[in-house]
Design a binder for this molecule. Sequence first.
Ligand SMILES: Cc1ncc(COP(=O)(O)O)c(C=O)c1O
Length: 399
Amino acid sequence: MVTRNEFTKYFLPVYNPGDFIPTRGKGSFIWDQKNHKYLDFASGIAVSSLGHCHPELVRILNSQSKKLWHLSNYLTTEPAIKLAKILCQKTFAEKVFLSNSGAEAVEAAVKTARKFAYSEFGKGKSNIVAFDDAFHGRTLLTIALNGSKRMTEGFEPLPKGITQHPYNQIEGLEKCINDKTAAVILELVQGEAGIIPAKQNFVNAIKKLCKKHKALIIIDEVQSGVGRTGYLFAHEKYKIQPDIVCSAKALGNGMPIGAMLTTERVGKYMQPGAHGSTYGGNPLACAVAHEVINKISKKSVLNGVQKKEQRFLKGLTAINKELNCFDEIRSAGLWIGCKLKVQAKLNLDNLMKEAYANRLMILKANNNTIRIAPSLIIEDKVIDEGLARLKKSILKLLD
Ligand SMILES: Cc1ncc(COP(=O)(O)O)c(C=O)c1O
């Protein structure tokens, strides 16, 4: 049996995983090597939105695994076409590029936006406006979009032509978004920053300035998309017509896949040779993602997200009333951030450890927020059980 110590021995130390090793999952539960059963309020990081090893997805993956695993993009496959088709049918998109991850979807988005601006307006309209505390991934471009020293120190030189602006701040926006702007990239809810929703008037101001200066709007829905907020994509709620949307995470329910969605008008300059990926459009991932979109776009699932969100909020509010442990509870569908009232022993690291000890999996966001992102089809009694374990974990640290 492999051990956690061997992880430390063999892995680049960029991660510090918990001290148990999960070996299997089913629905909202995970079992470790010792057969301890954990309740999952994390779904990876907002990935396994239909739970672990959903039987229908297992069936589809098994069936595809016996047919075809891989071809280069010199040829196409049935699962890739079916996925692109359903994405276009269910969203604003007319054209799709398939990648393997969220950061790659963002890379494709920025390349597509710059190519569009270059082709339509010539050189000089290449700047990208991004926002403080944004998270778009870990490649050089995507850390440059974040811009903070915490992410970029030691990795310079970074890609240029990016302007940062405070999130949710309208003042000064007109100085950033100008005739040199190719695109604005925006999360409608900042996930890594602690579930911070964009204000509608901030989004409206961006919309207006982008229209004025013929700049594109890229919405990064890698975490917010595919049902997480109770909408198939969060931009539906904000009534904003994006030019490009980045998707990944829940799109594959754990199969590595990303997608960049765009329009015919914007995508038309990305001709052969402009971009590509060995694995993008992989038939195994595409077969699963097609069924994920099919299932999550159902009204019953999306309405269920909103109902379950209310159940979580009721439970968390009751915990806070009794224990006075949160400064704020924020939510966007089944995506909940509880800003912790940090006290002597009650801090995020201790709480994660205590939650694991109580066989509960939760996530951190920022340096002060518990993030909850369960399966979108988690059962009510499992929500209640998880909240009871969370309360027990907090109580222990208040002693
Ligand atoms: C909004 C957002 N964009 C992009 C990414 C990067 O995705 P990936 O880790 O699949 O590259 C993430 C990952 O957390 C994300 O939350």
